[in-house]
Design a protein around this ligand. Structure first.
Ligand code: PLP
Length: 363
């Protein structure tokens, strides 16, 4: 079973599926971008053409998320993981204190890296539930003098997502890698948002940082220039050669989202996709998802089979049906279906119907 021209349904957690319409447009423009006689990949990043592509991508993202001029939008490299260092290096300042919320594996990595630079306090954790919940906000023990509080709105591996934005008196920093653009957010509630592109934005190699301008300019003296948000902002993210093709494709994805009606519309679709899949899991005694219902991710749906010995057969038969990359993260096993923006309802329905058939035939 395939969509379009020999395309399977791809549930990869990242790099993830891209919208077919975007790939088709990129193919059409690959050899000769808008009759300029060359590919975007072959353009100088300082050319009029590429600068226009870059500006348009930023403008589309600003429209999608309604980002005000109080925020700089940076297009960086190094992935979300590089931001685990860049955030403390830029924002710590004064007393070096930073609060972190621990909701799973990506939180832990951010905490570990920050602890190299900062006096880190874990102000809330869902470790006691094996990361199947989000810590109740009333119990967070934040410090009034922390430089910022960092959290992970969507834990890509555990499939746990916040249903609220914490309301704090210190700048809120969010690793939105696997949830950005899945629904509207009020950017003004955040000091800084960062996201690696390869989940919901575009190809790998690009990292988007949205940072309140009043937080710029306080980087630690030893911060590499390329990680200094002020320096990057001052240079329109062109201080050195940016990942031009990823930036261009991200712009096409932003435009695709705008054409589909923006993030409200996308959120409606995403909620429908997620609830269809969770319903299928909940209505079966063969499949299980351990996350408490109000903290279930719209983007990453981990699930187990009642008999783990059937895991490899499940994956093999899924692949035969054109359902790719359902294997769970190596640290947790089982399955995981990532249903990012580019994974359409049609793909989710194909998965549900396969799961139903597999249970009937093999369970
Ligand atoms: C994928 C992911 C990362 C790591 O991203 P890289 O770009 O590979 O560094 C970090 N945080 C979250 C929440 C992710 O989903």
């Amino acid at each position: 079973m395939s969509v379009g021209v020999d395309r399977s349904f791809n549930f990869c957690a990242g790099p993830a599926a891209l919208p077919e319409a975007v790939l088709t447009q990129a193919r059409e423009e690959l050899l000769n971008w808008r009759q300029r006689g060359l590919s975007v990949m072959e353009m100088s990043h300082r050319s009029e053409e590429f600068v226009a592509i870059a500006e348009q991508a930023e403008n589309s993202l600003r429209r999608l998320l309604d980002i005000s001029d109080d925020y700089a939008v940076l297009f960086m490299q190094g992935g979300a993981t590089m931001q685990f260092s860049a955030v403390p290096l830029n924002l710590l300042g004064g007393n070096g204190r930073a609060d972190y919320v621990n909701t799973g594996q990506w939180s832990k990595k951010a905490i570990k890296e920050a602890a190299r630079y900062a006096d880190v306090k874990v102000v809330a954790s869902s470790e006691s539930t094996n990361f199947t919940t989000v810590p109740d906000f009333s119990g967070w023990e934040c410090r009034a003098d922390a430089a910022y509080c960092h959290y992970t709105p969507n834990e890509t591996i555990g499939g746990v997502e916040f249903s609220f934005v914490p309301d704090l008196n210190v700048p809120l920093v969010a690793d939105m890698s696997s949830t950005i653009l899945s629904r509207p957010v009020d950017v003004s509630q955040f000091g800084l948002i960062y996201a690696g592109a390869q989940k919901n934005i575009g190809p790998a190699g690009l990292t988007v940082v949205i940072v309140r301008r009043d937080l710029l300019g306080n980087a630690h003296a030893l911060t590499p220039s390329l990680l200094d948000y002020q320096f990057v902002a001052d240079n329109d993210s062109m201080q050195n050669t940016p990942p031009t093709y990823s930036w261009y494709l991200a712009g096409l994805v932003f435009q695709w989202l705008l054409d589909r009606g923006g993030l409200k519309e996308q959120a409606r679709t995403n909620e429908q996709k997620a609830s269809a899949l969770y319903d299928a899991i909940d209505n079966s005694s063969f499949y299980d998802n351990p996350v408490e219902p109000q903290s279930r991710s719209w983007m990453n749906v981990p699930f187990t089979l009642a008999n783990p010995e059937l895991d490899s057969l499940f994956l093999k038969k899924a692949e035969q049906r054109g359902l790719l990359n359902l294997k769970g993260h190596r640290s947790v096993g089982g399955m995981r279906a990532s249903i990012y923006n580019a994974v359409e309802m049609e793909a989710v329905q194909a998965l549900i119907s396969f799961m139903y058939d597999f249970e009937r035939e093999c369970a």
